[in-house]
Write a protein that binds this ligand. Structure first.
Ligand SMILES: C[S@@+](CC[C@H](N)C(=O)[O-])C[C@H]1O[C@@H](n2cnc3c(N)ncnc32)[C@H](O)[C@@H]1O
Ligand code: SF4
Length: 426
């Protein structure tokens, strides 16, 4: 894995490129540069040990002591490939092959590590291409290997795969949260993005999921033309009122067909306007993370594990794990994965300053920021002692604010989140 050397700290490029792809940009970039999409195939956490998490007055996680292990399962198949997407995926005309399900179950069964999991996330690729039989086999393997009492179990779905029957099957098999890749309620935007579904399919999928699940989420993308359609999409999403909404800025990823037309990307000031529009129209939601909005009690528990930089186990093609401070990755092609599920092709120990830095940068993506007592308990030092004057500088610049208990990003710190990361690294 490439690494980015900065001062005396060596920071994994993983954090910077996946969570905040533009934060190495030396220019001052506003929100358009920092609003990122869901991270692929798991992120990172410190250790598998018990971590005490603290409630704060702006939402966040519970006060109970809990082993915060998240489980990420990467299902790398898609019926068609969207031209902007650089997630690990391959084209498949059929449902997820049995051979892949078997490999995934073998990898889960052979896993050595923590036993209690707080969340499971079926991500992709397209997990809604799993057959009921395949999903049942994976759930069985998970329950045999992990204690999942009260766990949040999310499945990512493409609207055109759904039917009222299928969503009921998912619920019966133990899925308790669905994340729906709607992207837009405007036909022209969906066509620009090369999505398979149309607006009608998106609306029907929302209805079926909303009728079946108490908690669910809807993914939206902004920055695709016509940009005037963003307001109507937001208003429709707000009217549908899912408990959770993710709103990502379209990134023109290098190596994808969209990478060749990066000149079509909207300017940063327009991205910032669209970001603020979302903030306004979704005013009834808690804007708890740069790209994420939730009704009370509906924050994504799985993603909070990433943003708190805690442990996760990743299974499937290209999945990352982060356990006991070791970040490791599975084979990135499904052929290689099927030959040896669970074999790690990359591995690095994230220790000391790098772990502290990653943890801080991740927390500053959250409205709630970092609880000082949490940092002290996790790393043994006061956060002010470890980061010293740079926190004062960021507070003086109006990007961070603090009180006795917490340090958190201001509104400006949300817009210029990469600035915070860069300053901390340097
Ligand atoms: C990789 S997809 C997997 C789920 C499902 N296959 C789908 O497309 O909805 C997860 C989410 O990532 C987001 N995403 C993927 N590529 C993106 C990009 N280049 N820019 C912004 N968001 C992106 C989309 O919002 C999508 O809903
Ligand atoms: S369906 Fe989802 S995972 Fe598949 S190519 Fe499109 S955005 Fe990527």
């Amino acid at each position: 894995m490439p690494r980015y050397e900065v001062s005396c700290v060596c920071v994994s490029s993983f954090l910077l490129s996946i969570h905040n792809p533009c934060c190495l940009d030396p220019e001052k970039r506003p929100v358009g540069a920092t609003l990122t999409r869901r991270s692929e195939a798991g992120e990172f956490k410190g250790t598998g040990h018990l971590v005490k998490c603290h409630v704060n007055n702006k939402g966040g996680v519970s006060d109970k002591i809990t082993p915060m292990l998240g489980i990420y399962l990467h299902i790398p198949y898609c019926k068609t490939l969207c031209p902007y997407c650089d997630f690990v995926k391959e084209r498949s005309r059929t449902n997820v092959p049995e051979a892949f399900v078997e490999a995934l179950c073998r990898e889960i069964t052979a896993f050595e590590g923590p036993r209690v999991a707080e969340s499971v996330f079926f991500g992709g690729g397209t997990p809604s291409l799993l057959t009921a039989k395949g999903l049942e086999a994976i759930m069985k393997a998970l329950h045999a290997r992990f204690t999942l009492d009260g766990a949040e179990i999310t499945l990512e779905a493409n609207p055109d795969d759904l039917s009222p029957e299928l969503v009921k099957v998912w619920r019966a098999l133990g899925i308790n949260r669905v994340s729906l890749g709607v992207q837009s309620f405007e036909e022209r935007v969906l066509r620009y993005l090369g999505r398979r579904h149309d607006v009608g399919a998106a609306r029907r999928a929302c209805e079926w999921v909303g009728n079946t699940f108490d908690t669910w989420s809807l993914d939206l993308i902004f920055g695709a033309p016509p940009i005037e359609a963003w307001e109507a999409t937001l208003k429709e999403a707000e009217a549908i009122a899912p408990p959770h909404i993710s709103a990502y800025n379209l990134t023109y990823e290098v190596g994808t067909p969209f990478g060749k037309r990066a000149d079509q990307a909207i300017p940063d000031d327009v991205a910032l306007r669209m970001f603020k529009e979302a903030d306004e129209i979704l005013g009834g939601y808690d804007h708890y993370e740069i790209s994420n909005y939730a009704k009370p009690g509906h924050q994504s528990r799985h993603n909070l594990i990433y943003w708190h930089n805690e442990s996760y186990a990743g299974f499937g093609t290209g999945a990352y794990s982060y356990i006991e401070g070791v970040r490791a990755r599975n084979a990135v092609t499904t052929d290689a994965y099927l030959r040896n599920p669970g074999e790690k092709v990359e591995s690095e120990h994230i220790a000391g300053d790098a772990a502290r830095l990653e943890t801080l940068i991740q927390h500053f993506r959250l409205e709630a920021g970092m609880k000082k007592a949490y940092y002290q308990e996790r790393f043994g030092n006061a956060v002010e002692d470890d980061f010293d004057s740079i926190l004062d500088v960021l507070i003086a610049r109006g990007l961070l604010a603090e009180d006795e208990d917490r340090i958190w990003p201001t509104e400006e710190g949300y817009y210029l989140n990469n600035e915070i990361g860069l300053a901390l690294i340097n």
